[in-house]
Design a protein around this ligand. Structure first.
Ligand SMILES: C[S@@+](CC[C@H](N)C(=O)[O-])C[C@H]1O[C@@H](n2cnc3c(N)ncnc32)[C@H](O)[C@@H]1O
Length: 335
């Protein structure tokens, strides 16, 4: 826990207490206000791209791979299914959809939906429908890149007596232990993220599981994919992963709207029957993003083409890198 203020015993369990720095709240509630409240971080004009780089920003090859996945999905749905839907959940400023539309063959029958809490950006392609809820009953590809890590989650910590307590936080980031965790949250922890000992921390993934299940439920037929920095059972980090980002830097998480607040996703707990988990490296390679360098002979035959191919190879390498974006997990949920 980064700071414990005022003694660990005082006021434990009184999440509504207020003082000069604001009320004590669980991280889920504090994060929801900090990211999506009226002055929330994700409502700011610069958007996510102003603060960190996702696969979408790293290279158009990512949108190209999603376009290929959409075409495969459309092929499986069959020609009689009509225009295929592409639903981007947590769409940022519509960058992925813009890239996918550019990568598809002209006239490809698609209806694109950006599901986002922020306002529609000016100048966005008119073909993109901007909405704050996924459309119900469509068939196609639902894609969520780095969405679930921004679904607010509570943080817990095991105290010296082996009791798992909700961590309470104030607007300035000061923390203190709260009441013991019980009910559905305790059951989730026991099943998915048992704490290893005193001082261990975890983020409760239940709201992410529920958000994902609700998003998948909107799709009538096709494929839903969630991509995120994630961990699986047996590989959970001892101290949890809650952190902040601002202007390209990792910062202490402070729930005052000044920074992103994020935690890795326990993506295995979000799997529904029939779903699979794979690395981004394997998924992108299967979609043709290989990172192979162009043959040297191309340098003399087509110097400009060689330079382009070399740049693409560098971008593909970033998207599939070990220790980086390539380690992200893809949850595929066919319907
Ligand atoms: C980390 S950004 C990712 C943006 C984009 N997908 C990318 O990969 O560059 C997460 C986005 O999800 C949006 N978001 C979070 N929860 C949401 C929800 N329940 N409905 C719609 N958008 C949401 C945020 O506003 C933010 O723009």
């Amino acid at each position: 826990m980064n700071v414990v203020n005022g003694g660990s015993g005082a006021g434990i369990g009184n999440a509504g207490e207020a003082d000069g720095s604001g009320a004590w709240r669980g991280w889920r509630e504090a994060t929801a206000a900090a990211l999506y409240g009226p002055d929330g971080f994700y409502r700011r004009p610069e958007g996510p791209a102003g603060h960190f780089r996702t696969s979408v920003h790293a290279s158009p090859l990512f949108a190209g791979a999603v376009a290929r996945l959409l075409r495969e999905t459309a092929g499986r749905l069959g020609a009689g299914a009509g225009p295929v839907a592409l639903v981007d959940v947590g769409a940022g400023r519509g960058e992925l959809l813009t890239g996918v539309l550019a990568a598809l063959p002209p006239g490809f029958p698609v209806r694109a939906y950006a599901v986002e809490r922020a306002d529609r950006p000016a100048g966005l392609d008119e073909r993109i429908v901007w909405t704050d809820e996924p459309p119900r009953g469509v068939s196609g590809l639902l894609f969520a890149n780095e969405w679930l890590d921004n679904v607010p989650a509570d943080v817990v910590e095991m105290d010296g007596d082996g009791v798992v307590r909700r961590v309470l936080v104030r607007r300035d980031g000061t923390e203190r232990p709260g009441p013991p965790v019980d009910g559905a949250d305790a059951a989730w922890l026991e099943r998915w993220w048992p704490l290893a000992g005193p001082g261990a921390r975890a983020e409760i993934g239940r709201p992410r599981d529920e958000a994902w299940a609700a998003a998948v439920d909107t799709l009538r037929a096709g494929l839903a994919v969630a991509v995120d920095y994630a961990h699986r059972a047996g590989d959970r980090p001892f101290g949890g992963t809650l952190t902040g980002f601002r202007a390209g830097r990792e910062v202490r998480p402070v729930p005052d709207g000044s920074c992103d607040i994020t935690a890795h996703v326990a993506l295995d707990s979000a799997l529904l029957p029939g779903g699979t988990l794979t690395t981004q490296r394997d998924e992108l390679r299967a979609l043709g993003v290989t990172g192979e360098r162009p043959p040297l002979a191309l340098a003399s035959a087509d110097p400009a083409g060689y330079v382009r191919a070399l740049a693409a190879a560098g971008e593909a390498a970033e998207l599939t890198a070990r220790g980086g974006l390539g380690d992200f997990l893809w949850l595929r949920q066919p319907k």
